[in-house]
Design a protein around this ligand. Structure first.
Ligand code: COS
Length: 380
């Protein structure tokens, strides 16, 4: 067992850290206030290779491993979780699925643009009545001649307006239940495809979350991903890796808040000394650092499993379950350590606390992660 990072890993982590400090930190509070998508910053992230990190360079990606992805996700999330969710969705839910299950034409046409950052992707599974219960898809894609007719509504879609290409999960053979579900690549601007208003959210307010409507959208048959009926498995497999991305996002939110709290506690004085010298604060810092380290190990273990081609469904779910709880607990304590200043936007920790909550909800709630983990344990 070797806990050392390679030189390449350190280089990637430092590049992501520099980018976050120089490009994301300025304006992060304003973007959160205005719910403004970090458009220019995401463009630069694409140019630097952060949007297709694990994709083979022959399809426009950076050809890196999942450990590198976790390291970069942590650094970006420390500063701007609205930018890191865009990165996570594009890498794990869009590029990964296309690279592993798309055919050569789909890869040439879509993946090369998505991995290089020229285009942005969205993953559309959730519906008004199908969030955790993902098999209950009401969106239909019915076969007609050389195409499918897509009808339905998708909810809470990250990159909802900004994406160029959307992976849409829909029911084709209603009688076959989850075995009749398919995944399709849908392009922005196709007739009958409308984007609803932007959601006004508690956290990750810079990210672009919308509902989508499909009214008789003609999807060419060649845009179905994989064999007929593969859509539900495709979604589950994509989410298994997506959860490593969100676990690293949670880790970054937690470590970002902890670093701010540590710094503040060494500067702020009360009762004649820096507040870190009071045991009440020092013990909070000790708990935060310990939990963050444990969350980091779980994220790294899941990433390592994926890189070794081990099954990572359970380790990814464990990483997300634990890291998202640590993100919540740590950010609440970071606000507490900052006292009155913690409640004020310019100190950043209140935003991180609001951003933390979604990591316990999206890409499978904490309760869903417990279903995945317990089934994994029992089925072993
Ligand atoms: N990898 C591959 N296949 C998987 C899988 C995985 N990780 N998880 C489930 N499957 C397969 C099962 O093997 C089963 O296939 P067969 O019928 O061929 O055996 C099929 O998918 C259905 O699985 P299951 O019977 O376990 O479905 P359930 O309805 O019980 O639901 C959970 C399983 C709860 C795990 C699933 O619905 C889930 O993950 N829900 C949360 C979805 C989510 O994350 N939503 C957020 C939206 S994205 S922001």
């Amino acid at each position: 067992m070797d806990f050392n990072l390679t030189e390449e890993h350190i280089m990637i982590r430092d590049a992501a850290r520099d980018f976050a400090q120089t490009e994301l930190l300025p304006g992060v509070i304003e973007r959160d206030n205005k719910q403004e998508f970090p458009k220019e910053q995401i463009k630069k992230m694409g140019e630097l290779g952060f949007l297709g990190m694990m994709v083979d360079p022959k399809y426009g990606g950076s050809g890196l491993d999942t450990i590198s992805y976790v390291l970069a996700m942590e650094e970006i999330s420390k500063i701007d979780a609205s930018a890191s969710v865009v990165m996570s969705v594009n890498n794990s839910l869009v590029c990964w699925g296309l690279e592993h299950y798309g055919n050569e034409e789909q890869k040439q046409k879509y993946l090369t643009k998505l991995a290089s950052g020229e285009s942005l992707g969205a993953f559309c599974l959730s519906e008004p009545e199908a969030g955790s219960d993902a098999t209950s898809q009401k969106t239909t894609a019915i076969e007609k001649d050389d195409h499918y007719l897509l009808n339905g509504t998708k909810n809470w879609i990250t990159n909802g307006r900004t994406a160029d290409f959307y992976i849409v999960i829909a029911q084709t053979h209603i009688d076959k239940k989850h075995k009749g579900i398919n995944a399709f690549i849908v392009e922005k601007g196709w007739k009958g495809f409308d984007v609803g208003p932007k959601e006004d959210k508690l956290g990750i307010r810079g990210s672009d979350t919308h509902s989508l409507q499909f009214n008789d959208v003609k999807v060419p048959k060649e845009n179905r991903i994989g064999e007929d009926g593969f859509g539900f498995k495709f979604a589950m497999k994509s989410l298994a890796g997506g959860r490593i991305g969100i676990a690293s996002q949670a880790l970054g939110i937690a470590s970002g808040a902890y670093e701010l709290a540590l710094k503040y506690s060494k500067e702020r004085k009360a009762f004649g000394t820096e507040i870190c010298n009071h045991q009440a604060i020092a013990f909070k810092l000790a708990d935060m650092a310990t939990q963050i380290e444990a969350a980091r190990h779980l994220c790294m273990k899941a990433a390592w499993d994926k890189d070794q081609q081990n099954d990572y469904t359970m380790s990814g779910a464990m990483a997300k379950l634990y890291a998202s709880q640590v993100a919540m607990d740590t950010t609440v304590e970071a606000v507490q350590i900052h006292g009155g200043n913690g409640f004020v936007k310019e100190y950043h920790v209140e935003r991180l606390m609001r951003d933390a909550k979604i990591t316990q909800i999206y890409e499978g709630t904490s309760e869903i992660q417990k279903i995945v983990i317990s089934r994994g344990l029992i089925d072993k």
